[in-house]
Design a protein around this ligand. Structure first.
Ligand code: ZN
Length: 160
C-alpha cells in the first residue's frame, strides 16, 4: 500500500539542518502518525511522501520557504508580561503563549523586563533549511472516523 489521500502513514524521522546538525528525531518514541491529504504535515513533506510504500526511506530537503518560512524581522514585539502564559520562570528562550484578540500564538522570549517582555513570533525553525530523513514504518487505510476528524488516531496520532 502506498501513501496518498486518506491513507494513514506512520514514520520515524530525524530532522536536521543541511549541514548535519540534528534538531530532533522520533527514534526514542512512537513514530509520527498522520492522515495524508489533510494538512497535518508540511505540504512539501506530504508531497514527497505521496506514493511511497511501507518500508521506504527518503530524504527530503526543504528551503526555509517550504519549511517554516523565512524569518520576519518585524516579528519581535514588546508585550506586557501579564499577557503571556508560560511554564516555570520567564527567561530568555522560554516558549510562551501570547493571548491576543486574534487568538493564541506561540512566541519565543528574547528579552525580559520588569513589566514587559520582548517576544519573537517567528516559528523557532523559521529561516532554516531543513532535512528530514524518513523511514515509513506503516501505511494503512484511514477509518471513516479519522477521515471525518481530519487526523489520525492511535499511538503517535490523536487521542480523545
Ligand atoms: Zn479524532
Amino acid at each position: 500500500m502506498e501513501l496518498g489521500k486518506n491513507k494513514v502513514g506512520r514514520f520515524h524521522y530525524s530532522l536536521s539542518e543541511p549541514d548535519g546538525v540534528e534538531i530532533e528525531n522520533s527514534h526514542d518514541g512512537e513514530p509520527v502518525t498522520y492522515l495524508h491529504g489533510h494538512g497535518n504535515v508540511l505540504p512539501a513533506l506530504e508531497e514527497a511522501l505521496a506514493g511511497k510504500a511501507e518500508g521506504a526511506s527518503l530524504t527530503v530537503e526543504l528551503p526555509p520557504e517550504k519549511a517554516y518560512g523565512v524569518r520576519r524581522e518585524d516579528a519581535i514585539q514588546r508585550v506586557p508580561i501579564k499577557h503571556l502564559s508560560h511554564p516555570g520562570k520567564l527567561r530568555v528562550g522560554t516558549i510562551a503563549t501570547v493571548h491576543t484578540d486574534q487568538g493564541h500564538r506561540q512566541v519565543t522570549v528574547v528579552k525580559v523586563g520588569k513589566f514587559n517582555a520582548d517576544v519573537d513570533s517567528n516559528h523557532p525553525l523559521a529561516g532554516k533549511a531543513l532535512r528530514f530523513d524518513i523511514e515509513i514504518v506503516e501505511v494503512r487505510d484511514a477509518s471513516a472516523e479519522e477521515i471525518s476528524h481530519g487526523h489520525a488516531h492511535g499511538p503517535g496520532g490523536h487521542h480523545h
